[in-house]
Design a protein around this ligand. Structure first.
Ligand SMILES: Nc1ncnc2c1ncn2[C@@H]1O[C@H](COP(=O)(O)OP(=O)(O)OP(=O)(O)O)[C@@H](O)[C@H]1O
Ligand SMILES: [Mg+2]
Length: 303
């Protein structure tokens, strides 16, 4: 069994913290609050990550190791950098002009920020689901099969069709498997050719998860995937996330403290100023936080 700690950059412990939001007490952060040991190698290993939007320093010296096949929750008040951090994990921030990233993010030991990284391949391996479901205005089937067709994983173009080598069977199997894995199959199996925009919000979000699964990812990043959904749809997404973690690594941003406590294995708490203040086993973070500010945040004193 290998053990690994979340923070390898500071050995002495304390750093000073000066920025606070209203009601957030001042305290010196401690590297020990981010130490988290787990079995196995990390699937993602982030070291000394700093992010700026122009001159605005949005994330400061983030180092964290994320174990595979588990759920990692990212929590913290609005504007503390959770979405920014999530986008660093598959280089979505590359699309934001003002954004500059320093540091490294190793995915199975390979730095995704190294020159020559194939971003299309990277985003297939590390997929993303957003706050508001964003299915394509196409059929349910087309939504799931779109990327595999586009990437050539399914032969559906004119040439294979003319040659009689169209992979209809393979596509049907893929669509069914992904919709089953996204816990949506039983609700849509009779209407795969209907427009996806006719589905409910919760169904659309599960379709987006199915679409993400169709390219065979290893990691699924989710930014508040249930915040636009009603309690029943939210419960379905939560159950689904727990099931997905048996095969995939899930990293989820949530504002819902109960949700983080219910579904995650480990929790990372970001606070004002773009710092990762505490990281550890979810039960420990919620029941016995090491940082006073984290305790204040979790108990609703600010944020
Ligand atoms: N595209 C952008 N351009 C400029 N600044 C940005 C951009 N995106 C985020 N920021 C800034 O970076 C900081 C972190 O923002 P981020 O969206 O990551 O926070 P968050 O924790 O996800 O907040 P929320 O909980 O409200 O979604 C904020 O100060 C924000 O204003
Ligand atoms: Mg956000």
């Amino acid at each position: 069994m290998n053990t690994t700690t979340a923070d390898r950059t500071e050995s002495d412990g304390a750093t000073s913290s000066t920025e606070t939001t209203t009601g957030e007490s001042d305290e010196r952060t401690n590297a020990a609050w981010r130490e988290y040991s787990f079995a196995g190698d990390p699937v993602l290993s982030v070291a000394d990550l700093n992010v700026w939007y122009d001159d605005d320093h949005a994330l400061k010296d983030i180092s964290i190791d994320i174990p595979e096949k588990s759920v990692t929750a990212l929590i913290g008040p609005s504007g503390c950098g959770k979405s920014t951090f999530l986008r660093c994990l598959n280089r979505m921030n590359d699309r934001i002009k003002s954004c500059r990233v320093e540091g490294s993010v190793a995915f199975n030991g390979q730095d995704i920020y190294a020159d020559g990284t194939n971003l299309v391949e990277l985003r297939k391996r590390i997929g993303m689901v957003f706050q508001h479901p964003n299915p394509f205005p196409k059929s349910i089937r087309d939504n799931v099969a779109y990327a595999p067709r586009k990437h050539g994983d399914l032969d559906r173009g004119l040439v294979p069709r003319l040659l009689g080598r169209e992979e209809t069977e393979k596509e049907n199997e893929l669509v069914e498997r992904c919709l089953r894995d996204a816990a949506l199959w039983s609700e849509v199996e009779g209407r795969l050719d209907d427009n996806a925009l006719g589905l409910s919000g919760g169904q659309q979000q599960r379709l987006c998860i199915a679409r993400c699964l169709a390219v065979d990812p290893e990691i699924i990043l989710m930014d508040e995937p249930a915040s636009a959904l009603d309690p029943i749809a939210t419960a379905k997404i939560e159950d689904l996330i727990e099931d997905l973690a048996e095969e995939y690594t899930v990293v989820i941003v949530t504002h819902n403290m109960q949700q983080a406590a219910r579904i995650s294995d480990q929790t990372a708490v970001f606070l004002t100023g773009g710092e990762l203040v505490e990281y550890g086993d979810t039960d420990q973070v919620f029941e016995n936080p090491r940082s006073q500010r984290v305790e204040d945040y979790i108990t609703g004193k600010f944020g």
